[in-house]
Design a protein around this ligand. Structure first.
Ligand SMILES: [Zn+2]
Length: 282
């Protein structure tokens, strides 16, 4: 069976969420009680991954106190969570300028703590990814230290309907500067800019040697419409679902629909496993 790495699963401290955000997630979720049960029980979650043939999962966390409610404590939370199965779980953490005294030192600390990658969510953090060009020294320090520590950086691109999200920050092209100024930093453009800016994302991954997309949150039936030339970037695309987000009600069905798409076998294998395995060596 084809092994899978799902690089984008939202295993987060849901108790930190602001009530309107949690309400929206529940409204889109078909069976929140079941999702809540799995989230609260790491053994049940591992069981689900086993059942689906998912070898490893990127567990996404980020800091966005104002809009979402996530404080820097998400980092300790996810590192602790991942201790149950360090060979299966990849802890994604976050650093946001203004929430810690020294953002660069915080990246160094997280790398030692066991965080494997960083996540930024510009539309929930009210911050453009290239704000360091306007003098945001904290953001520059985060990128410098992530690059030096070999921590990949995932950046949300594409729309968000969460109350308070400011979508102007979520355009992939705002990440072009990172490819220029931090060429050795691995940048994963989450969601490939869907549903508005796929061409920008496609351009960037072709332009910059360390820029990737993940296809999480994209309904598989839309993938070929969104990325008709996906085979040209076969080495730069990562599988992810965004579970339990609005675009990923059913992980199994997403995998089945992806496998049925008219994409060559080798490209599918690279997307489902090889590319992420290369970025996250054991
Ligand atoms: Zn996500």
């Amino acid at each position: 069976m084809q092994p899978i790495i799902d690089i984008h699963i939202h295993m987060m401290p849901y108790s930190m969420l602001k009530p309107p955000i949690l309400d929206l997630i529940k409204r889109y979720c078909q069976d929140w009680a079941e999702v809540e049960r799995i989230i609260g029980d790491s053994k049940a979650f591992l069981g689900l991954l086993d059942q689906l043939g998912i070898e490893r999962a990127g567990l996404i966390n980020y800091v966005a106190p104002e809009i979402i409610g996530f404080t820097p404590e998400v980092n300790e939370w996810i590192v602790n969570y991942c201790k149950v199965a360090p060979d299966r779980f990849l802890a994604f953490g976050g650093v946001l300028p203004g929430t810690v005294p020294d953002p660069g030192a915080e990246v160094d600390r997280l790398a030692k703590l066991g965080i494997r990658a960083l996540k930024m969510h510009p539309s929930h953090q009210l911050l453009s990814p290239n704000d360091y060009r306007n003098g945001n020294r904290g953001l520059a320090a985060i990128y410098e230290r992530a690059q030096a520590n070999g921590l990949p950086l995932m950046i949300h691109t594409g729309t968000s309907i969460f109350p308070g999200a400011r979508n102007l920050h979520a355009q992939p092209l705002l990440c072009d500067d990172l490819g220029v100024d931090y060429p050795d930093l691995v940048v994963i453009l989450a969601h490939g800019g869907r549903p508005l800016w796929m061409e920008e994302a496609f351009f960037l991954v072709r332009r910059h040697k360390n820029m990737y997309i993940d296809i999480s949150g994209i309904p598989p039936q839309k993938l070929m419409e969104y990325f008709p030339r996906i085979e040209m970037i076969a080495d730069k695309v990562l599988w992810g679902t965004d579970w339990p987000g609005p675009g990923a009600p059913d992980i199994k069905r997403n995998i089945e629909m992806f496998l049925a798409l008219p994409i060559n076998h080798q490209t599918k294998r690279k997307i489902l496993y090889d590319n992420a395995a290369r970025l996250f060596p054991r």
